[in-house]
Write a protein of this length. Sequence first.
Length: 260
Amino acid sequence: MSTDSVYQQLRAHLAYLKLTAAAEALPTQLEAARDTKTGHTEFLEQLLAIEVAATEQRRHNARMRFANFPAPWTIADFDFGAQPSVDEAMIRELGTCSFLDDATNVLFIGPPGVGKTMLAIALGHAAVDAGHRVYYTTAADLAARCRKAALEGRWAATMRFFNGPGVLIVDELGYLPMPAEDAAALFQVITRRYLKGSVILTTNRGVASWGDIFSDTTIAAAMLDRLLHRSVVFTIDGDSYRLRAHQAANRSRRPKGDND
């Protein structure tokens, strides 16, 4: 069999196996191998490494699409110096994603604008990078999705969906009141994930006020019992990031010498 025939058959094999990246890289890699007198084993490893890298990038892109993040924030984007109430060492430890091993939950508690959502998404992004499935939702959107599922007879499928990701981020709990039906839906999600998958939750209400959120102290206590059993809790205070940015912008526009 001629060299050209072998080359064409090799490309056909790669195409049949859907090794697209390897097929595209084959001519360049063959030329490089001839120039450097690379051995067969090393050549094959290099060619397959290109396919592995392309496959992992596709999977990462798919996980990012599924995650539904509203912003691209990572831990590197957070200004720990501007928010000293946040334990930087603990955040970076959580960024290793070891907390997923035993389904530990992470709670961020604090007033609006102090970085709770940014930190939650940053940890979610770290989990995606580590190969885990993550899904972001606000508490209000989760409740609305569950209400719609109940009406359309898709309750079990929706519960399976929220139980599936390794990390479920529930943002903005407490900003809007939750009627009994919504509180029960969130409780079901938390209960199904208990000791099976991590929840990252942000709220503007301290745990002592959760009865006010749900108008049901029993559900509030049961939900907290499951969330706090294995958890890391951050209580964040300080000025709003957005307020500081607004004030800084105003100062930059102020004429020089105007100290009023």
